[in-house]
Design a protein around this ligand. Structure first.
Ligand code: 13P
Ligand code: SF4
Length: 326
């Protein structure tokens, strides 16, 4: 992949091979590149590590490099900064948000918590640093069940911000929880009706789904879990065909790991309300990052994640509890 990088204060350069330049800058900066499974394939291929939210926060916590270049969305890069206040943390596009984080403003979450003062607040990592700071324990889709099972049975629980993951956890653990009514704009789009049609066309296919999907979709899944869980299941399963109900970026690693197997992105209902460019099963936030923006962010060392130190310390506690309980 090539590009002609140019910014206002620099002369245009000759075409550069972005992957080669990114790797050169990485060595020069002593950086580590962490990427989520929903990033475009070229970014996944240039990263040092590709993983789910929990693995990425564990990698960030253990990072020895001077800089962390985070190819994911803002809440992930913020988590890396919370864990590494002394390191440069870059996010190629600072506008890469998340509908779950955006749908849970800190002031409204504070009011929600205040209504249930005796509840422990377990909050999905897909939230802002401010909401993390107001929470007791952070979780991801891969450790939420394990964490909830460690909470004493008499202790009431608040769970935010994903209602579908929350309901899935209530069903699996038998624990009643008060839920914040948030959802993921991508996982909510999968269509039960079209999924059933697809299953009829591919009767041998196994359905792998992320717990952010609606219950109507989850009830048809053979496996429900985090992106890493979905990848591992595909690798270990004896099935030859899979319908995948999560962001379609994961298909890249699935196809790399199992070239002999067939992976079909689960269908979404109707038109795509967030633009015509991409598929509805693509996260428009995750896809804001590109090889070009990754290259520029490393070259210019911006946009950098910065956090107020008091906020960082308050947000760190529930993340540390998560890491201890995982
Ligand atoms: P995972 O932690 O399963 O990778 O999920 C991240 C995410 O944003 C799901 O939409
Ligand atoms: Fe947020 Fe959904 Fe995108 Fe994940 S896929 S980052 S939950 S909007």
């Amino acid at each position: 992949m090539t590009a002609t990088p140019q910014t206002e204060n620099r002369q245009p350069q000759a075409h550069v091979d972005l992957a080669t330049e990114i790797l050169r800058l990485k060595r020069e900066m002593n950086a580590v590149i962490l990427a989520h499974f929903y990033q475009e394939p070229a970014i996944q291929d240039v990263a040092d590590f590709v993983g789910d939210s929990l693995q990425l926060s564990q990698k960030a916590a253990a990072a020895s490099a001077d800089a962390i270049v985070f190819c994911g969305v803002l809440f992930m890069a913020e988590t890396a900064k919370i864990l590494n206040p002394g390191k440069l943390v870059l996010l190629p596009d600072l506008a890469a948000g998340c509908s779950l984080a955006d749908g849970c403003p800190a002031d409204e979450f504070r009011t929600f918590r205040a209504r249930y003062p005796d509840h422990v607040a377990i909050t999905y990592i897909n939230c802002s640093a401010e909401v993390k700071a107001l929470s007791d324990i952070i979780c991801t889709s891969s450790n939420a069940e394990k964490i909830i099972r460690q909470i004493p049975p008499e202790q009431p629980i608040l769970f935010a911000p994903d209602q579908h993951l929350g309901r899935f956890l209530i069903r699996n653990t038998g624990r009643e929880m008060r839920l914040w009514p948030g959802s993921c704009m991508v996982h909510e789009q999968f269509s039960e009706r079209k999924l059933l049609e697809l299953k009829e066309q591919h009767p041998q296919a196994r359905v792998l789904a992320h717990p952010e999907c609606r219950e109507a979709v989850l009830r048809h899944a053979d496996y429900i879990g985090s992106t890493t869980g979905i990848l591992t299941t595909a690798r270990e399963s004896s099935a030859a065909e899979f319908i995948v109900a999560t962001e379609s970026g994961i298909l890249h690693q699935m196809e790399k790991a199992c070239p002999e197997k067939k992976f079909i992105a689960a269908p979404t209902e109707g038109g795509c309300q967030w633009g015509e460019g991409g598929a509805c099963s693509e996260c428009p936030h995750m896809k804001l990052n590109s090889m070009e923006k990754l290259y520029r962010s490393m070259r210019d060392r911006t946009p950098e994640i910065t956090l107020d130190e008091d906020l960082r310390q308050r947000a760190l506690r529930p993340i540390q509890r998560m890491l201890e309980m995982s």
